[in-house]
Design a protein around this ligand. Structure first.
Ligand SMILES: *[C@@H]1O[C@H](CO)[C@@H](O)[C@H](O)[C@H]1NC(C)=O
Ligand SMILES: *[C@@H]1O[C@H](CO)[C@@H](O)[C@H](O)[C@H]1NC(C)=O
Length: 349
């Protein structure tokens, strides 16, 4: 048995697929690459900080949503899904001033039916509403890498959360948790409302909006962004068990607060029609796992999962900490902001 297999199998077992209200289906993904690339915000160049990336093997510095479906493989269990999903990588600041890379274990991506289209006067979604699939070619970003403070009135900040997985409970915070965690689940919930026209925008977020009525994670879309799409929600898992000095965790952009956590999505589904049919074929507690669910045409890991998944274009030749401690965060990012005492936030409903 190849030596990497136990790791892959361990990663596969990781995502805890809980049922979330309005769930259509979940995509469980192994890590693809950890590198300084961000083809949405910094196309064609090395990006300022390191990202943990999952999904299609076409991921590289220069790519578009028209090239994403060309991936020959994906680290995700739904083989039609050649999308890429990424968040900043987590590090641990050591007593000697060097940094350990915190093992990125894999992710679950939820596609949810949680928002409904704008209609004049509508303030609550009708029963039996259906959102539409994220359009082919959509890219979007949620969160801001420069944030070091928290505003509880901002949906885009409420959409950034951390769950501390411990032996007997799993408290939820917007900041990095003020306690030691066996595993950390870094969560980003994307805006569910689209302007219906633009697949991207100069700030990579203004073509999207959070609901006007409801919450950051569901409700009625605003007139400016009238089209409700499936809500996209990431859970990225990190093995924080070796680091009981939790206050020394820091994201790759030099953020020890956690408020700068952000997520990037590039729609690379190779069968947009299957994605569009999910709302009609995958709903309900069992629906998401049924063979009739349109995105489940090949739900189990293919034989290719016995090989390591690697991006077609290799990562930049730089040490991001995969083989041992590094003297600085890649990109020489200084640590800015101090560890903020966390505030608890609402659990998702
Ligand atoms: C907090 O967010 C709300 C909603 O976006 C905004 O109206 C308000 O100005 C923000 N407050 C601060 C201090 O930035
Ligand atoms: C939404 O899709 C379901 C099938 O999953 C269907 O029964 C229902 O009629 C649809 N609702 C609307 C408002 O189109």
């Amino acid at each position: 048995m190849p030596s990497y297999l136990p790791t892959l199998l361990a990663a596969l077992a990781l995502p805890v697929v809980q049922l979330v209200h309005g769930q259509l289906f979940t995509v469980n993904c192994q890590p693809l690459t950890i590198q300084r690339a961000d083809p949405i915000i910094f196309p064609g160049v090395i990006s300022p900080h390191v990202h943990a990336v999952i999904g299609g093997t076409a991921f590289q510095q220069t790519m578009s949503t028209t090239t994403a479906p060309d991936a020959t493989d994906t680290t995700c269990d739904k083989k039609l899904d050649k999308s890429n999903y990424w968040q900043p990588q987590l590090y641990h600041l050591r007593n000697d001033g060097w940094f350990d890379l915190v093992t990125f274990q894999g992710s679950a991506v939820y596609y949810l039916n949680r928002a409904c289209d704008y209609a004049p006067g509508l303030t609550t979604c009708p029963t039996n509403f259906n959102s539409t699939a994220p359009p082919a070619g959509l890219r979007m970003v949620v969160g801001s890498p420069t944030l070091r403070t928290f505003n509880a009135s901002s949906f885009s900040q409420l959409a950034i959360q951390h769950v501390c997985l411990r032996e007997n409970d799993s408290p939820n915070f917007n900041s990095l948790p003020p306690m030691a965690c066996l595993r950390l689940r870094s969560e980003t919930f994307f805006p569910s409302c689209w302007d219906g026209v633009n697949l991207d925008s100069s700030d990579h977020s203004s073509h999207m909006a959070f609901p006007a009525f409801g919450d950051y994670n569901g409700g009625v879309c605003p007139q400016s962004h009238p089209v409700a799409i499936y809500s996209v929600f990431y859970e990225f898992y990190y093995d924080t068990s070796p680091f009981t000095d939790y206050q020394n965790l820091v994201y790759a952009m030099g953020d020890p607060t956690g408020y700068g956590l952000h997520g990037d999505f590039l729609n690379g589904w190779s069968d947009q029609n299957a994605l569009a049919q999910a709302v009609n074929t995958c709903q309900g507690p069992e629906g998401a796992y049924a063979t009739t669910c349109s995105v489940n045409v090949c739900p189990l890991p293919s034989s290719s999962s016995s090989k390591p998944h690697v991006p077609i274009v290799p990562a930049p030749a730089e040490n991001v900490g995969l083989t041992g401690p590094i003297a600085a965060l890649p990109g020489n990012n200084p640590i800015t902001g101090t560890f903020v005492k966390a505030r608890s936030s609402k659990f998702r409903t």
